[in-house]
Design a protein around this ligand. Structure first.
Ligand code: FMN
Length: 363
């Protein structure tokens, strides 16, 4: 197996500097996670929104399939983001006809109270996860559990100030998430107008590397070996990739979402708060357009309100009503193929690029 060794790969005990983004809501199946870990990267199960029972089963299965390679768990830790002027009835009135289209009951059955990030992490560690990664907020709530288990803690940040605060909170490594990234923006604070700073991956990674003295992984718009080589050149010790793995054969991603990802134009993704009440990058569809009407709630109310429709649409392969999270490089994702082929291809490409760049140098 070709390898690239960095401070990040040494921290995680992996031979290749590629982290699968824990992607909650279906994509990071145990099969995908195990395939990435077996291929030398770090597979990570995204468990936000799951019950502790489901987390135990998913992590235990990933660990069993990974054959001794490390497996990580990812949780989302966000404080409430209030939305002044929110109108829950208006949101439900928009969702009602969409539920009819999908054959879902309206109103939806009451959901059990969500497990806390700490409950999810403790469960995952007990099931065999050996790395903890976080997104959206301050990782303090799970830092003690990770430390007690000897599991490295990797926190995602979208500004230099947030990266510093996460390092002070006990993170062992930082994921620097640039504006190109698919999914939720990982800003510690979201102002009432939901306008968060959007710093591109190149500018952010370089400045985070200078600001903290722990390993950094670059995230956002990195989809191939050229992106990995660029991240290493910027001083990162590796990458965290989400969109690249949405087309993995093992990913829990419906065909309609995969097709929208690989056919996306560079200018097609948007940052929308309509689906969850926090800003996040994805492809626009009927659901985002419908929920753009006034009245949207904040986090976590909007996320909870739209959950049954997003899940029902994924189940029915109805891309116009799913959450189509994707980053700005989505159009380069390529055809469906096994995760091991994606990781091997990225590594071969990265090593080629690095050799090519080395050959350009002259005295
Ligand atoms: C479908 C999707 C779901 C995501 N879910 C999560 C999540 O549950 N937790 C998390 O920390 N990050 C999540 N992210 C964000 C990733 O951690 C990462 O920042 C992003 O994927 C990097 O950009 P890229 O998509 O261009 O590779 C998600 C991203 C995508 C595309």
């Amino acid at each position: 197996m070709t390898t690239i060794e960095t401070p990040l790969t040494r921290l995680l005990g992996i031979p290749r500097p590629i982290l699968l983004a824990g992607m909650a809501g279906g994509p990071t199946t145990p099969e995908l996670v195990a395939a990435v870990s077996r291929a030398g990267g770090l597979g990570v199960v995204g468990v936000a929104g799951m019950t502790t029972e489901a987390v135990h089963d998913a992590v235990a299965r990933a660990v069993a399939l990974a054959g001794g390679a490390p497996v990580g768990v990812n949780v989302l830790i966000s404080p409430a983001v209030p939305r002044p002027g929110a109108d829950p009835d208006a949101v439900q009135a928009i969702l009602a006809p969409l539920r009819t289209v999908l054959g879902l009951p309206h109103p939806p059955p009451a959901a059990p109270p969500p497990a806390t990030p700490l409950d999810l992490v403790v469960t995952a560690l007990a099931a065999g996860a050996t790395v903890v990664t976080t997104g959206l907020g301050d990782p303090t709530a799970v830092a003690g559990a990770a430390r007690n288990a000897g599991a490295p803690l990797i926190a995602m940040a979208s500004t230099v100030a947030d990266a510093r605060r996460m390092a002070e909170a006990g993170a062992d490594a930082i994921v620097a998430q640039g504006a190109e990234a698919g999914g939720h923006r990982s800003n510690l604070e979201v102002p009432p107008d939901h306008e968060v700073p959007l710093i591109g991956t190149v500018a952010l990674v370089r400045q985070v590397v200078a600001a903290v003295d722990i390993p950094v992984a670059a995230a956002g718009g990195i989809i191939d070996g050229a992106g990995v080589a660029a991240a290493l050149a910027l001083g990162a010790g590796g990458v965290q990739m989400g969109t690249a793995f949405l087309v993995a054969s093992e990913a829990g991603v419906p065909a309609g979402w995969r097709d929208r990802v690989r056919s996306a134009r560079d200018d097609e993704t948007i940052i929308t708060r309509t689906l969850s009440g926090r800003p996040a990058r994805g492809l626009p569809n009927r659901l985002t357009r419908a929920l753009a009407a006034p009245g949207a709630m904040g986090w976590p109310e909007q996320n909870a309100a739209t959950g049954d429709v997003r899940r029902g649409a994924a189940h029915a392969n109805a891309p116009e009503l799913m959450a189509l999270w994707a980053g700005q490089a989505a159009g380069l994702a390529g055809p469906d193929r096994p995760a091991a082929a994606i990781v091997d291809g990225i590594m071969a490409d990265a090593l080629d690029r690095m050799r090519h760049l080395g050959a350009l140098a002259g005295d």
